[in-house]
Design a protein around this ligand. Structure first.
Ligand code: 5AD
Ligand code: SF4
Length: 588
């Protein structure tokens, strides 16, 4: 553990804030004064000139103003390649390079983690590492982890035990295998992982991926290395994630990180830190690049996408307060100014009218009318909204600190459906939260029936240390009751989703083709505007783009599909023609 402490200590001393820069300057000034000649006695004027000259020459050879700027500036202003920065004094530039070592990355958890994997890979690639998809040939294995519930964490512990065997076998080889934990679990458990699992070499929290080359260099010298510092401003704005699948039709673009909501059950604010948004200009640049690469769908990603607030441009930092959805409150002081989500959505949707825009995951409190109007008006913004409810009982919602009652939530659902006719809704629910009674559970069942979501993500409550619920509430619903309630919610959700999806039967829908169906090589699979999977036979069809020609649809093509059947998760149909998003509007 001693070597680890050294690393953490060195880490701290490298992070110079403005105060450190100031105290360095003060020290330089004092030294300049203390070197005044004492034997001869020049005139006070000459003395002063001498001091000034001496001080000027010292300043000229000392660190520049740029040096301090680099030490203190926000991460998004840093140069894009990590190796462009001065290396820390105790590692040579050579040691910071990957030297073609092969990295195997494994991702657990949500889409944010998939995006984080691409960010981590982008940083390592620039440092000279190679990526391998073959575990056996890896020099470094990095697990991008999730802490949201106990189950994914347990899966990762089990995986670590498997990797232990691999590492032990490798001990005899010339290049030892290194294992690292990235993301939420690294943040939540910190040094506990390193002491519990001696074979873990490296820990990097969600805001420390820029430090990976340095951490790996420290690991190479046989020490454990960790950086789990959370940041107030890291958004990786200048790190363009590497598209892992070149044939992909869609991409996720991270627009903000962290969360300030502090729902009482949730670990995210503790593992991912405070809410911060990426500057609009950098998001637009990434979306433009993706459009140039021919991608047809972008999903704006963040823990609270619709709370987006870019404060990076001073002229927009006015005192205009935030409009919350009617009947909603926040757990934090109202924020002001900045460029908001409606502005970003507007700009992103203008980049390429043939590119579909989605966003996830929003919070119901941040749906002002400007956002709803934009979704309704703009053809390429999908009419699909994720509206996490978590519970149908106002009593439980209060214990969860969600900032709304069942009534306010239902009112919002009506408002969304009036504002955006045909909108597809999805939601998250937790079964068996602290103090949930059978009556509370029935309220959730009735909300599922009332709203009739198209898609749902349902979980049994899993107590997480550090959260408010852990400290203040009792996890008093027995495990078997939680599971039984979860099963009931799943059954009801499926029944209602089937009913909701069946309303599409007989309609013609625009589908973005993703590729072959997993179940049959004679079928293609794609997604409709509501993000539901649509399966249809791969047939030669009329090409609406080149009239008179026949084509077979390819990934990335838009096709019109006549829906013939629907289940709770999938639609089936037959393809009519290839088209464009703009031309499809005449049919759908
Ligand atoms: N237990 C169960 N589910 C949880 N979620 C978040 N924290 C917990 C927890 N402790 C669910 C919520 C959230 C989704 C991403 O995960 O439903 O919306
Ligand atoms: Fe967790 Fe609530 Fe933040 Fe979502 S909004 S990440 S559930 S704290």
């Amino acid at each position: 553990m001693h070597s680890l402490q050294c690393v953490l200590q060195a880490q701290k001393s490298l992070r110079w804030g403005p105060l450190a820069a100031m105290s360095w300057l003060l020290l330089r000034t004092c030294r300049a004064h203390s070197s005044l000649p004492t034997s001869a006695s020049p005139s006070p004027e000459r003395q002063e000139n001498g001091v000034r000259k001496d001080f000027s020459s010292r300043l000229a050879t000392g660190p520049t103003f740029q040096h301090f700027l680099r030490s203190t500036s926000a991460p998004q202003e840093k140069p894009s390649s990590p190796e462009a920065e001065d290396p820390p004094p105790y590692l040579t530039e050579e040691e910071l390079l990957g030297r073609q070592r092969k990295v195997y990355l494994e991702t657990y958890g949500c889409q944010m983690n998939v995006n984080d994997t691409e960010i981590a890979w982008s940083i390592l690639q620039k440092s000279g590492y190679l990526r391998t998809r073959n575990l056996q040939e890896a020099d470094v294995i990095l697990l991008v982890t999730c802490s949201i519930r106990e189950k994914p964490e347990q899966t990762i512990w089990n995986r670590l035990h498997q990797l232990k065997t691999l590492k032990t076998k490798r001990l005899r080889s010339r290049v030892p295998l290194r294992i690292g934990i990235l993301g939420c679990m690294a943040e939540r458990l910190k040094e506990e992982i390193l002491s519990r699992e001696k074979m873990v070499d490296l820990l990097a929290g969600p805001d420390a991926y820029r430090d990976l080359p340095r951490l790996l260099a420290v690991v190479e010298s046989g020490q454990q290395a960790a950086n789990v510092l959370l940041s107030l401003d890291e958004t990786y704005a200048d790190v363009m994630p590497v598209q892992t699948s070149p044939s992909a039709t869609s991409a996720f673009v991270s627009i903000m990180r962290g969360c300030d909501n502090m729902c009482s059950y949730c670990i995210v604010p503790f593992t991912r830190g405070r809410e911060r948004s990426r500057p609009v200009a950098s998001i637009l640049e990434e979306v433009r690049k993706l459009s140039d690469q021919g991608l047809k769908e972008v999903t704006l990603l963040g823990q609270n996408v619709n709370s987006f607030r870019d404060n990076s441009e001073v002229q927009f930092n006015n005192s205009v307060s935030t409009n919350l959805s009617h009947g909603f409150t926040t757990n934090y002081k109202t924020k002001q100014g900045g460029l908001r989500f409606s502005h970003l959505l507007d700009q992103v949707s203008r980049v390429d009218p043939e590119m579909r825009i989605r966003f996830t995951s929003p919070h119901p409190k941040d749906f002002p009318d400007e956002v709803l109007q934009l979704i309704q008006e703009r053809d390429n913004i999908c009419k699909q909204i994720h509206l996490p409810a978590q519970s149908g009982s106002s009593r439980v919602l209060e214990a969860m600190r969600r900032g709304y009652s069942r009534e306010a939530y239902v009112e919002l659902v009506h408002h969304l459906r009036e504002s955006i006719p045909g909108v597809c809704l999805s939601s998250d629910f937790i079964a068996g939260f602290c103090g949930e009674t059978e009556e509370d559970h029935q309220q959730t069942v009735s909300l599922l029936r009332e709203v009739q979501y198209n898609t749902g993500f349902l979980f049994a409550y899993s107590m997480r240390q550090k959260t408010r619920a852990y400290h203040r509430l009792k996890d008093d619903v027995p495990e078997e009751v939680k599971l039984r309630r979860l099963e009931e919610l799943i059954t009801v959700f499926r029944e209602e989703a089937s009913k909701a999806n069946k309303t599409s039967v007989g309609c013609t829908q625009l589908v973005l083709v993703e590729g072959l169906s997993k179940r049959s090589v004679t079928d293609l699979c794609g997604r409709n505007d509501g993000n539901l999977k649509v399966i249809f036979p791969d047939a030669e069809v009329e090409d609406g783009i080149n009239p008179g020609l026949k084509v077979r649809a390819q990934p990335g093509d838009y096709v019109l599909v006549k829906i013939t059947s629907a289940s709770s998760q999938t639609l089936k149909g037959h393809v009519l023609c290839r088209t464009t998003l703009k031309d499809s509007l005449a049919y759908c």
